[in-house]
Structure formats: C-alpha cells, structure tokens
Design a protein around this ligand. Structure first.
Ligand SMILES: NC(=O)c1ccc[n+]([C@@H]2O[C@H](COP(=O)([O-])OP(=O)(O)OC[C@H]3O[C@@H](n4cnc5c(N)ncnc54)[C@H](O)[C@@H]3O)[C@@H](O)[C@H]2O)c1
Length: 351
C-alpha cells in the first residue's frame, strides 16, 4: 500500500481509520468537505501520534473539498501522482448518514451518497486505481427476516439512506461484473460503531441532534441533553428494548487495514462483509453498562416505538472471521468508557 485516499477522513470512523493507518507508517491522502467534521480532528490525530513519537507530516495530505466536484477529485489524484506517490487504493467514507434527515431531504442524500460515489469511481477509473473499500451499512437489510443477518440475506432497505447505500453497492457490483479483472472491491456493512479512541482526543462529534443512541447517551451524561428517550419497551425481546450489535470504532478502523491488505493480495476481488461483534445487546444493557463503568446516571424515559425500527439486529460475522481471520476485541465496557472519556474531554475543551 503506497498511498491510500480516505474520503470523509475527518469524520467519526474516518478519523480513527486515518490514525490506524498512520500508526502503521502508511501514507494517506484525506478528502473531506468538513460538512460534519472539522480541521480540529487533524490536530487530535497529530497529538495522539506525537505522544508515541509517530507523527510524520509527510505521511498525511489533507484536501478540503466535495466528492461531487469532479475537477477537485481529478486534481487530488494528479497532485498525488506528481509527488511520485499515486493513489493506489481508496476507502470511501464520505457521505451523509442521518436516516431521518434522508427521508426529509432525499435529493441531497442521493446527490452526495450516490452521485458523489459515481464521481469518485469515474476518477478512480481514469487513474487506473482499482482498489476500493466502501462504507455500507446494516441498514441495507431493512426488515429482512432471518436474524442474525447473513451477507446473502435479501436487501430490503426502507428509508432513503438505506436506498442510497444499496444503490452504491449495486453500482460497485455492476462495475465488477463488467470487467472482473479490473476491480478489487470491498463492501463493508457496518453495524453500530460506537466508542472512541481511548486517548479521548478524537471521537464522534455530530453537528446536529444525534439520531443514534450512543452520542445521545453521551450528551445526556454531559448535561447537553436532559434525558434519553428509549423507543419502546414492549418489543419481543428479553427486556422489551431493541437489541443491537455494537462495535468499538477502534476495532472498526482496524478492519479497514486488514480488508485492504486482503484486497491488495489479490488480482481482483469482490467482497461483501458484515462488520459487527456478532453479539446483540439491548438498549437497557447499553445504558446500564454506560452508567456502571462511568459511575454516573443516565436519565431516561420510555417512549413510543420509532417508525422503521426492528426488535433485533445483529451480524452473522462468520464470513469476516473466515476470510480475514480477524474479530473485534474490545468489549461493551471499553466502548462505554472510551466514548464517555471523549465526550467529557469535549465538554472541558468547550468550557
Ligand atoms: N456511524 C455509523 O453508525 C455508520 C453505520 C453504518 C455506515 N456508516 C457509514 O460510514 C461512513 C462514515 O460514517 P461516520 O459515522 O464516520 O460519519 P461522519 O459524518 O462522522 O463522517 C462522514 C464524513 O464525510 C464528510 N462529507 C460529507 N459529505 C461530503 C461530501 N459531499 N464530500 C466530501 N466529504 C463529505 C463529512 O464532513 C464527514 O467528515 C458513512 O458513509 C456512513 O454512512 C456509518
């Protein structure tokens, strides 16, 4: 791996992946529009690397820009080539991810998530760059019936965000089918990434009201929100709340490096993998664990079920284990402790 382009590299998962690659002494080029992140993320990454004497400014290039801008993308690829360090693989995180917002603003979601991706694939093709990992989501399974979800389960998204992820998966599969020797494609379907780097120097910092439970819990813990609303306690589950598959973001970052190495070791590939722990926890278990490991209370109240939620969602991760010989190592306790450490640090930075 010479130089990996990471789109959305200052976002939540992207920043942890950038750090992981830099810790391995790999070169990265980051593109981000900063729509849902900020340049401060780069400072956090730098600080962590400096603490272990691993910071090398020559290993990291940052370009602020939008993946929908073809000229911008072309320029980034060209500059890398001119510097003698052409981009030979891409991890594509950039996109919009709020389900509720996607339903209200479908055009912008299709534009960013799908048109932006097509743009990127076009420029990759122009530059003979054939290796890509794409951030997909468990959302593509929708209400597919068989739990745990296996990669061959039917794809039945039921919201705009899920439709856009499924569309990009289709595009990538069509690209592979058109010329299977030309592409090395990895589609990673993430379950629920939470937590943050244990240093508390990078983490999730949404610029809008969080739709996901974990950042919401963190904001309640820090006093930014009054209480957590748990959507339903009458689900057909042991404690009546929804069961989800949570994975520590540091584990998730690691799997990108392993999956990319897997792709680079092959002439061509088309891989779709679930990435989760493969073990579901209830919302109440998550809240109780957060309270216990951080010695605090999360005010919460049960409210009505939310449209589109399902009782239980978790990954069959056997394909990931078998192909990559890897499994996530961090516990739910680690996720809760590290996530709170970051949120707590954020609040003190603001103070
Ligand atoms: N976090 C999750 O729960 C989750 C679950 C499944 C899949 N995913 C997918 O993983 C990817 C990363 O998610 P995340 O949680 O890090 O989100 P994030 O919002 O923190 O990161 C996405 C980054 O993309 C950037 N971006 C947005 N639009 C852009 C554009 N047009 N051009 C360039 N940059 C743009 C944002 O500024 C942000 O830094 C997304 O594609 C998301 O759909 C996330």
């Amino acid at each position: 791996m010479k130089n990996i382009l990471i789109t959305g590299g200052t976002g939540f998962i992207g920043s942890h992946t950038c750090l992981n690659f830099l810790e391995e002494d790999l070169n990265i080029t980051i593109i981000d529009s900063l729509k849902n992140s900020s340049r401060n993320v780069l400072k956090g990454i730098k600080k962590i690397l400096e603490l272990s004497n691993k910071y090398d400014e020559n290993k990291i290039n940052f370009y602020e820009g939008d993946i929908r801008n073809t000229d911008f993308l072309r320029k980034v690829f060209l500059q890398a080539k001119n510097k003698g360090n052409p981009i030979d693989g891409v991890i594509h995180f950039a996109g919009l991810k709020a389900v509720g917002e996607s339903v209200l603003n479908p055009i912008i979601y299709w534009d960013v998530n799908v048109n932006g991706s097509i743009n990127l694939f076009k420029i990759m093709e122009e530059n003979n760059c054939k290796t890509i990992l794409f951030s997909s989501s468990a959302t593509v399974y929708g209400n597919s019936q068989k739990i745990p979800f296996n990669e061959s389960a039917s794809i039945k998204p039921f919201n705009t965000y899920g439709f856009t992820k499924a569309a990009v998966e289709n595009i990538l599969n069509n690209m592979f089918d058109s010329d299977s020797l030309k592409w090395r494609i990895g589609i990673l379907r993430y379950f629920n990434p939470i937590g943050s780097h244990p240093s508390g120097l990078i983490g999730e910092n949404p610029n809008h009201k969080p739709e996901n439970i974990f950042p919401y819990i963190c904001q309640v813990a820090s006093g930014l929100r009054e209480k957590l609303y748990i959507f339903g306690n009458d689900w057909p589950t042991p404690d009546g709340t929804c069961y989800r598959d949570y994975i520590h973001v540091v584990d998730l970052a690691e799997v990108h490096k392993i999956a990319l190495k897997y792709l680079f070791a092959r002439d061509s590939a088309n891989l779709t993998l679930n990435v989760g722990k493969g073990k579901p926890y209830s919302v109440l278990e998550l809240v109780n664990t957060f309270e216990r490991v951080n010695s605090l209370k999360i005010e919460h109240e049960f409210s009505f079920r939310r449209d589109g939620d399902i009782a239980t969602s978790y990954a069959d991760t056997s394909k990931m284990y078998n192909l990559l010989k890897w499994k996530p190592s961090k516990s739910l306790e680690d996720m809760c402790k590290d996530g709170w450490n970051w949120q707590n640090n954020l609040v003190s930075i603001k103070d």
